[in-house]
Write a protein that binds this ligand. Structure first.
Ligand code: MTE
Ligand code: MO
Length: 545
C-alpha cells in the first residue's frame, strides 16, 4: 500500500528488487517516478560531466577540438552574414564571449530537456546525450583546419555523459522508491535519497575536475605568450618617422593605438598558440621557385618599420573598428619576386594556422606600397591575438582581404580559381578601403556652451591615397575647413580639428566630410558595410546651453 506522496509505508524495499542495468521500462504508477527538478538536474550534471571530460581530453592534445569551441567555430561558419554583422555591431570585440555564453545557455536548456526525457524513458535521454556528442564531433570534423582525431574529445565526453546519465537516473529511481528520509513510529530514522545525493556530488566533482583539469592542462601546453616574451626583435633597417605633429591633442583618438587598445576582429574562439621555433611559411602555387621561410629567416632579412592604419570592412560610419600601429616586418613584394610569382596569378591566398583564408590582389602587393609580413607591432613582437608570430598587413586594403593573422601558407593563384572565406560569405573579392571620416569629439552626450569655443575633432582616412581636406558642417550652414595634423605617409588616418562657437541654444547637427589626395569628396550616400565597406557622412547631435 502506498501513501499519498507515493512513498511506500513499509520498510524501504531493498534496491535488489531491480536487478540488472538501469531500466528502460515506462514508469507505471508513482513508484519510481523522478521529479522534474531532479530530472533536470540529472540532465545538467550529465552535460557537465560530458563537457568536463571533453574539455580535459581536448586540452591534453587539441584545444580547438574541445566540444564547445568546435560547436562555436561551426556556428561562426554557418551564421549568415547579416547575423554576423549584427553580432559584431552589437557585441563588438566581445562577440566571442557572447557566442560562448549563448552556447552554454542553449546547452543547459538541452541538458534539462535530456534530463526530463530520461525521466520518461532512460533511452530517450541517452539518445539525447549521444546526439549532442555527435553534434560536437561533427562540428570538430568540419572545422576549416581540422584533423582526423578531432572528434575524440566529443565522443569520449559523450560516453562519459551517457554513463553519468544512466548512473544518476538509476540512483534517483532507487531513491524515489526508498522515499524521503523520515522517522518511523518506533523512532527509527529511515534515510532516503542518499544515493542520488552521493551520485550527484560525484558527477559534479567529475565535471569540476574535468573543467579545471582542462584549464590546467591548457596552461601546461605550448604558451605563445611565454615564447613571445623571450623574443627581442632586431631593430628596423629602415625606421619609420618619429610621431611629431601627428597628434593635435584636441580630443581625436590618439594617432598611435596601443597594442592592448587595437581593435580585434577574427573568428578564432581559442587564439592560435604558434611556436615561432617551428613556424614555417610556405610560398607556393603559381611561382617559379617555392619558398619555405622560418621565423629566424624572416628576422635575418632587412626589416622595415611603417605606420599603418588597419580598418575592418564591417566598420560602420562612426565606428571604431580601425586602429593605427607601427608595424615592423619584411616587404612581401621582395619575397614574391624571389619566388617568381606568375604574371597571371592575380590572387594571393593566405591561410592561417586555424584555417582562415584571405585573398589579396597580387598587383596591390607588388605596386610599391609597404605590404608587410609583419613580426612586430609598436616596437614589440606581434601580440598573440594580433597574429603572433607573423601576419600580413597591406596598407589600403580592408583586413578581410589582406591582414591574415597566424599566417602559415601563401599561395599564388587566381580570383577565378579560388574564393576565400569572407568572399564565400558574399563580401567583395577585392576590398580597397573607402574614403571616410569620423567625429570623435564632442561626444553626443557632452554639453556645450553657447558663445564658448570648443574643438570639434576626429580622424579621416583613405589609406595609401591620403587625405587632403576635411570639412565640418553645423546644421545647414556652410561647410568649414578643418585643420589637419601631419601624417607620416598616406597609409594612416589623419587627425583634424575645427573650432566651433555655438551661437544658439538647442540641438545642433554636426557632420564631417573628407577629401582624398586626389580631391575626391567622400561618398555621402548612406550604405551598409556589406559587401564592400560603409559609406555616408558621420553625423552627431549636440545640445548647446
Ligand atoms: N587568421 C585570421 N586572420 C584574420 C582574421 C581572422 O578571422 N582570422 N580576420 C581579418 C579581419 S576581418 C580583420 S579586420 C583583421 C583584424 O586584425 P586585428 O584583429 O589585428 O585588428 O584581421 C584579419 N585577419
Ligand atoms: Mo574585418
Amino acid at each position: 500500500m502506498a501513501s499519498t506522496d507515493g512513498a511506500p509505508t513499509g520498510p524501504p524495499r531493498p534496491p535488489t528488487d531491480r536487478p540488472g542495468p538501469p531500466t528502460d521500462r515506462p514508469r507505471s504508477g508513482l513508484a519510481g517516478r523522478i521529479e522534474p527538478v531532479r530530472a533536470g538536474l540529472i540532465g545538467l550534471l550529465a552535460a557537465g560531466v560530458s563537457l568536463g571530460v571533453g574539455q580535459l581530453v581536448a586540452a591534453a592534445f587539441r584545444p580547438v577540438a574541445a566540444p564547445v569551441i568546435a560547436v562555436g567555430n561551426r556556428f561562426i561558419v554557418l551564421t549568415p552574414e547579416p547575423v554576423k554583422r549584427w553580432a559584431i555591431d552589437r557585441f563588438g570585440t566581445g562577440d566571442k564571449s557572447a557566442l560562448l555564453t549563448g552556447i552554454y545557455l542553449v546547452l543547459a536548456l538541452a541538458a534539462v530537456l535530456v534530463g526530463l526525457a530520461a525521466a520518461r524513458r532512460l533511452r530517450y535521454g541517452l539518445a539525447g546525450v549521444a546526439l549532442l556528442g555527435v553534434l560536437g564531433g561533427y562540428c570538430a570534423l568540419t572545422a576549416p583546419a581540422h584533423r582526423a582525431g578531432d572528434a575524440v574529445p566529443s565522443v569520449l565526453g559523450a560516453l562519459a555523459g551517457l554513463g553519468c546519465l544512466a548512473a544518476l537516473h538509476r540512483a534517483a529511481e532507487r531513491d524515489a522508491i526508498a522515499g524521503p528520509a523520515r522517522r518511523q513510529p518506533d523512532g527509527q530514522l529511515v534515510t532516503g535519497r542518499r544515493r542520488f545525493l552521493s551520485a550527484g556530488l560525484t558527477a559534479a566533482g567529475v565535471a569540476l575536475v574535468g573543467g579545471l583539469g582542462g584549464r590546467l592542462a591548457q596552461f601546461s601546453r605550448f604558451d605563445a605568450n611565454a615564447a613571445r616574451a623571450r623574443i627581442t626583435l632586431p631593430p628596423p633597417a629602415e625606421p619609420a618617422p618619429v610621431p611629431a605633429g601627428f597628434d593635435l591633442g584636441k580630443g581625436a583618438v590618439p594617432f598611435q593605438t596601443p597594442n592592448n587598445r587595437f581593435y580585434r576582429i577574427d573568428t578564432a574562439l581559442s587564439v592560435p598558440q604558434l611556436d615561432p621555433g617551428s613556424w614555417r611559411l610556405r610560398i607556393h602555387g603559381n611561382v617559379r621557385r617555392e619558398l619555405q621561410l622560418s621565423y629566424a629567416d624572416l628576422l635575418a632579412r632587412p626589416l622595415v618599420e611603417r605606420w599603418i592604419t588597419l580598418t575592418c570592412v564591417s566598420n560602420e560610419v562612426g565606428g571604431d573598428l580601425i586602429s593605427t600601429a607601427l608595424f615592423r616586418g619584411v616587404r612581401l613584394a621582395d619575397l614574391l619576386r624571389e619566388a617568381g610569382v606568375a604574371a597571371d596569378a592575380d590572387q594571393l591566398v593566405a591561410t592561417s594556422s586555424d584555417g582562415m583564408t584571405i585573398g589579396t590582389p597580387t598587383a596591390t602587393v607588388l605596386d610599391g606600397r609597404d605590404a608587410l609580413l609583419a613580426v612586430g607591432m609598436n616596437g614589440q613582437p606581434l601580440p598573440v591575438e594580433h597574429g603572433f608570430p607573423v601576419r600580413m598587413v597591406v596598407p589600403g586594403l580592408y583586413g578581410y582581404v589582406s591582414a591574415c593573422k597566424w599566417i602559415v601558407d601563401l599561395e599564388a593563384t587566381t580570383f577565378a580559381a579560388y574564393q576565400a572565406y569572407w568572399v564565400r560569405g558574399g563580401w567583395a573579392p577585392r576590398g580597397p578601403v573607402r574614403l571616410a571620416s569620423r567625429i570623435d569629439r564632442p561626444s553626443g552626450s557632452q554639453a556645450v556652451r553657447v558663445g564658448t569655443e570648443i574643438p570639434v575633432a576626429g580622424v579621416a582616412w583613405h589609406q595609401h591615397t591620403g587625405i587632403s581636406r576635411v570639412e565640418v558642417q553645423v546644421d545647414d550652414e556652410a561647410w568649414q575647413p578643418a585643420v589637419l595634423a601631419r601624417v607620416p605617409s598616406a597609409d594612416t588616418w589623419r587627425q583634424w580639428v575645427w573650432l566651433w562657437t555655438p551661437r544658439t541654444p538647442g540641438r545642433h547637427r554636426l557632420r564631417v566630410r573628407a577629401y582624398d589626395a586626389g580631391g575626391t569628396a567622400q561618398d555621402a550616400t548612406p550604405a551598409d558595410p556589406f559587401p564592400a565597406g560603409a559609406t555616408g557622412l558621420h553625423t552627431i547631435a549636440v545640445t548647446a546651453r
